[in-house]
Ligand binder design. Structure first.
Ligand SMILES: Cc1cc2nc3c(=O)[nH]c(=O)nc-3n(C[C@H](O)[C@H](O)[C@H](O)COP(=O)(O)O)c2cc1C
Length: 333
């Protein structure tokens, strides 16, 4: 469980990362996770087509949060020229890792040949990884390219170890592996044996992903797979504090810091205000709802708060919903 040493002369420190999640891991959320101990956070996936043209939206996706000391920009694409240009543009922002998405199961992405479809076309995958690497070098940077894969296309086509080996052959310096197949989406369970087989198949650092919802899950992932680092995904939504608890558990064997409902909700309010400041009230109030609902899970009378949150459309309405709940629960302002 040492820091993931990536390339000679370059290193990514820490073993506990925030996984990329489209629609969730914007810089406000990443910054909160970093504050609570995430060593490195991944951006949402950024289109190589858009980034190669320096599209305005991609700049916002790659923006770094104040508390983020290390960052990974995740790209997706299928065209070598766009991948080259996109990596060059991403490298100019000095991320610690440029990650390539080879696991997205969404039909709109897979239909173009990108995301998980690349697990079925190792020739193209190698070409794209080489283009990404060349792009970072063209920017005069030595930024490691990582590749994030799934277990395989479906239960009949489990080829993560071969895909990982192909990516490394083309120059990938790290492999991220989510132990589910494309066909599974986010259902079923992540297969730790496949993750272990990927770790055995390559000599570069491997980052494990899948079903990491508690410190115990993380410990099991490290012990049963031998991965060098892990990335937390859904387990961090509504619970950025999880990083602090995992770190405590891994270093001391126990969790001393327990977050009260009040502390969780104060973090939720900070998240809300940060999103409004970053994205404007209208947009933030729409996009933040799923996060706030997640914060309300597991707290006493959380359904009461949730029923209020789902009806809010302005910052004032959200603040009122929280104030009302704080009052009814006897929590100070
Ligand atoms: C809403 C959502 C969005 C995701 N978006 C991405 C993405 O953009 N890129 C990616 O590589 N993985 C993405 N993932 C996959 C996660 O990074 C992670 O590998 C997966 O959720 C397994 O971890 P978990 O079971 O702990 O959630 C996404 C997952 C979720 C739930």
């Amino acid at each position: 469980m040492n820091g993931v040493n990536v390339l000679p002369g370059l290193s990514v420190s820490g073993t506990l990362f925030l996984a990329p999640m489209a629609g969730y891991t914007d810089f406000v959320f990443r910054s909160l996770c970093a504050e609570f101990g995430a060593d490195l956070c991944y951006t949402e996936m950024v289109s190589c087509e858009g980034l190669s043209r320096l599209n305005k939206k991609t700049a916002e996706l790659m923006k770094r949060g104040d508390a983020e000391k290390q960052s990974a920009i995740q790209l997706f694409g299928v065209n070598p020229d766009s991948c080259f240009e996109a990596a060059k543009n991403a490298a100019a922002l000095n991320p610690d890792i440029i990650d390539f998405n080879c696991g997205c199961p969404v039909p709109k992405v897979v239909k173009t040949g990108a995301g998980a479809a690349l697990m079925r076309d190792h020739g193209l995958l190698k070409e794209l990884v080489a283009a990404l690497k060349a792009g970072t070098e063209a920017a005069g940077k030595k930024i490691p390219v990582s590749v994030k894969i799934r277990a395989g296309w479906n239960a009949e086509e489990i080829n993560a170890p071969e895909t990982a080996a192909a990516a490394v052959e083309a120059g990938a310096a790290i492999i991220g592996i989510h132990g589910r197949t494309r066909a599974q989406g986010y259902s079923g369970t992540a297969d730790l044996e496949i993750i272990r087989n990927v770790k055995k198949a390559v000599s570069v650092p491997v980052i494990g992903s899948g079903d990491l919802f508690s410190p115990w899950d993380v410990k099991r992932m490290f012990e049963q797979t031998g991965v060098d680092a892990v990335m937390i995904a859904r387990g961090a939504v509504g619970s950025p504090q999880i990083f602090m608890q995992i770190k405590e558990f891994l270093s001391t064997g126990e969790i001393r810091t327990v977050f009260s409902d009040e502390e969780k909700l104060r973090t939720a309010r900070r998240h809300l205000r940060g999103a409004v400041a970053a994205f404007g009230e209208r947009r933030a109030c729409k996009e933040i709802r799923k996060h706030l609902c997640a914060y309300s899970k597991g707290i006493r009378n959380g359904t009461v708060l949730r029923n209020r949150i789902v009806r809010c459309a302005t910052l004032a309405e959200y603040e009122e919903a929280f104030d009302g709940f704080f009052q009814s629960e006897g929590i100070g302002p």
